[in-house]
Design a protein. Structure first.
Length: 225
């Protein structure tokens, strides 16, 4: 079996597991770069590869999880935040929000943007956790950041899924919100979303539809667990 055949086999195995392939030798990287140039493989992040067709067929949430896992292997000291942390926590993140992977950095730390699809954000809450095997912002911080950053429809899908899966209680999140909302950009939007969250929604699509109905003024709901 030649090098290319072996690498194709490894790429195929990684794709079946919904993983990206990380190689460690210059010769393997060179061979994979040639496969990328031929349109056989793709390099979604520097140093991590996949079969192009298999990668494009992945569900966007599965694809982002594969990126997160690969980035963690390449940079084990990085902490994931925002929508990437939400994926790690198992939340229903709308596909539209998964065009980049989000990394939290400490205040004052310099960040060199080496990859356009990896975005950095200031880490406001130093209490982090491990979820799905990777370091990320804690569940309350993750939800709060997501609600501040996105609109009502998408934010509702995220917070509804947290309540539905009992990842955070109503009381815990309200308390966290009250402690961290001051002077935070987007906190008013986050509060509006929070007040309409409902753990009875079974999936993100249902939450988005309910948000549209609420925006049209058809009905009103209150925060429930």
């Amino acid at each position: 079996m030649n090098v290319n055949e072996n690498l194709r086999r490894q790429l195929s195995c990684a794709s079946k597991r919904n993983h990206l392939l990380i190689v460690h030798t210059p010769s393997e990287r060179k061979s994979l770069k040639l496969l990328v140039a031929r349109g056989v493989a793709i390099e979604p992040i520097p140093g991590a590869f996949s079969l192009k067709k298999e990668y494009e067929r992945m569900n966007p949430r599965v694809r982002e999880r594969a990126r997160i896992k690969a980035i963690h292997k390449l940079h084990p000291d990085w902490t994931f935040c925002l929508y990437s942390a939400a994926i790690a926590h198992g939340l229903q993140v709308p596909h539209t929000l998964l065009d980049a992977t989000h990394i939290a950095i400490a205040k004052g730390r310099n960040w060199r943007k080496a990859e356009p699809t990896i975005h950095s954000h200031i880490l406001h809450d130093p209490i982090t956790t491990i979820s799905d095997g990777v370091p990320c912002t804690n569940i309350s911080a993750t939800i709060f950041e997501c609600l501040c950053a996105t609109d009502f429809r998408f934010g509702l899908a995220i917070v509804d899924s947290a309540l539905h899966n009992h990842l955070v209680s109503r009381e815990t999140f309200i308390d966290y919100f009250e402690q961290h909302t001051r002077y935070r950009h987007g906190s008013r939007q986050a509060h509006t979303t929070l007040m309409h969250a409902d753990g009875r929604s079974e999936n993100g699509g249902e939450s988005v539809v309910r948000a549209i109905i609420l925006e049209l003024g058809v009905c009103r709901t209150r925060f429930t667990s």
